[in-house]
Design a protein. Structure first.
Length: 490
């Protein structure tokens, strides 16, 4: 046969096969646009504005719909009711972690965030308990955050009020908090190891948001054939992991089982107790992946939120002035802000919540997966179905937060100026996979921001009206544009 005919015949066969597979699998899935073979619904999704695309689909297909990324059906949950019903009421069924090939390749199912089943359950339990033992949400860690806030102020003073891009340093402070939990010690902001570590974390996070990387996640097979940014990603990741392995070795040598110093020590002690157990998760490789994961999760998300906060405060000087007035009134100039103060600072508390609502840094949380066959509403979601929960749809709900596109702390205040909690405040997601670092992150955001505003006047380089706050977005992350500003000591 003519080779050309063979190619045409096999291609049409593949096309038919993929059409058939898509339509047979579709029967009981939620409604959605008709997929094309191979690319699925890719052509209908505006990758530059996935928020708008997802919102448009929900208007046509309702709060639970199906999109095809390639030949893979993905169920999208849109709006508070759908998210609550799925992630909370059916928490167990929706608690799987969906596939993220670039990260799977490096974590190999060993961290928390990218593992599943019993490994995930054991790791998560260990992590939550250990963070609690180390004092997360209590004074011990609060003191570390307060101390870091003072180092941050010291470093910002060195800029002498001249134009400065705060990007890098806003990653340093949260990274140091994680370091002090994991390795017991923080690093100097000029320390060479620390700088290269943060450099690598930044590099990796940047690569994960590129369009190229989104394509790898849909067509993972390309990972094996293409060279490109993902190789730089793997190299940088490996550097971080070997740095951490080095630290683990040092810890092993100086371990005192009766006196754990930090997260690594708690793990090593558990490891000694489980000695001989073949299937244990307490191996050094598991520990390295776990710690690397905490590093990523704890540094970038908090840093991004801080950058967003600064940009929004520059853009809205009247809001900043009100926060500073409250700080002056409740804390004054001479005492360090503490978590105790938060109860007496409703406006500042509301501002921090509003920053997280508005910044919406994880618009679709992290991808989930069904842990078993599940009947949900009138649909049937087979085990392994990929699920995306739109946090944007909850954070931007216009009934809960009137004018959701406006940055306004009043979204979290009642008529008397008291702080008003909202069930719709879900920047950390909800359900069984909810962020492990939620209380740590909230503490950091409150203490870092109040300490900065207690010590500096924030000065933009242009008229606030002209500050561009348009974020750079992808399906799984939103980051603010880069900017410069001046920190004028008060
Ligand atoms: C402002 C800061 C932060 C935000 C907005 C944030 C947000 C999130 C979100 C949306 C998820 C995915 C939840 C899901 O799968 O539905 C997550 C997971 C996670 N976060 Fe955070 N996070 C922040 C800070 C932190 C910090 C400081 C830590 C470090 C202790 C941390 C550790 C984790 C871990 C380990 C997971 C994976 C949980 C799992 O898969 O079971 N995060 N976070
Ligand atoms: C969403 O729908 C509106 C109105 O129908 C349309 O103008 C817009 O282009 C759509 N946007 C996206 C990203 O699909
Ligand atoms: C990390 O990323 C940088 C910048 O893209 C790259 O030049 C470097 O080779 C990467 N690898 C390592 C091991 O750091």
């Amino acid at each position: 046969m003519d080779p050309f005919v063979v190619v045409v015949l096999s291609l049409s066969f593949l096309l038919l096969l993929s059409l058939w597979r898509q339509s047979s699998g579709r029967r009981n899935l939620p409604p959605g646009p008709t997929p094309l073979p191979i690319i699925g619904n890719f052509h209908l999704i505006d990758m530059k504005n996935t928020r708008q695309s997802f919102s448009n689909f929900s208007k046509t297909y309702g709060p639970v719909y199906t999109l095809y990324f390639g030949s893979q059906p993905t169920v999208v949950l849109y709006g508070y009711e759908a998210l609550k019903e799925a992630l909370i009421d059916h928490g167990e069924e929706f608690s799987g972690r969906g596939s993220f090939p670039m990260l799977e390749k490096v974590f190999k199912g060993k961290g928390i965030a990218f593992s599943n089943g019993n490994v995930w359950k054991a790791k998560r339990l260990f992590t939550v308990n250990t963070l609690r033992n180390l004092g997360m949400g209590r004074r011990t860690i609060e003191e570390k955050v307060q101390e870091e806030a003072q180092w941050l102020v010291k470093e910002l003073k060195k800029t002498n009020g001249s134009p400065y891009d705060p990007h890098f340093i806003m990653g340093c402070a949260p990274c140091n908090v994680i370091c002090s939990i994991i390795f017991q010690n923080r690093f100097d902001y000029e320390d060479k190891d620390f700088l290269s570590l943060i450099g690598k974390v930044n590099e990796c996070s940047k690569i994960l948001t590129t369009p190229e990387c989104q394509i790898f996640n849909v067509f993972p097979i390309l990972l094996n054939y293409c060279t490109g940014s993902h190789n730089i990603f793997f190299k940088n990741f490996t550097y971080i992991k070997s740095f951490i392995l080095e630290k683990i070795k040092e810890h092993e040598e100086s371990l005192d089982v009766t006196n754990p110093r930090d997260f690594i020590d708690y793990f090593l002690i558990q490891r000694h107790q489980e000695n001989g157990n073949q299937q244990t998760i307490y191996s050094l490789d598991h520990l390295a992946s776990l710690v690397t994961g905490l590093f990523f999760a704890g540094t970038e998300s908090t840093g991004t939120t801080m950058r967003c906060a600064l940009l929004l405060l520059l853009k809205h000087p009247h809001i900043t002035a009100k926060v500073q007035e409250e700080i002056d009134h409740v804390i004054g100039r001479h005492r360090r802000p503490s978590m105790q103060d938060r109860i007496h600072m409703p406006y500042t508390n509301a501002m921090v919540h509003e920053v997280q609502r508005y910044a919406d840094i994880a618009p679709n949380s992290m991808v989930h997966e069904m842990t078993c066959d599940t009947k949900f509403r009138n649909y049937f979601l087979p085990k392994g179905t990929t699920v995306i929960a739109s946090l944007t749809s909850v954070l931007q709900d216009s009934k809960e937060f009137p004018n959701p596109e406006m940055f306004d702390p009043a979204h979290f205040l009642d008529g008397n100026g008291n702080f008003k909690k909202s069930d719709y405040f879900m920047p950390f997601s909800t359900g069984k996979r909810v962020c492990v670092g939620q209380s740590l992150a909230s503490m950091e955001l409150f203490l870092f921001l109040t300490t900065i505003l207690q010590n500096f006047k924030l000065k933009p380089l242009v008229d606030p009206k002209d500050i561009d706050i348009t974020p750079i977005g992808s399906i799984f992350s939103t980051i603010p544009p880069t900017f410069q500003m001046c920190f004028i000591p008060i």
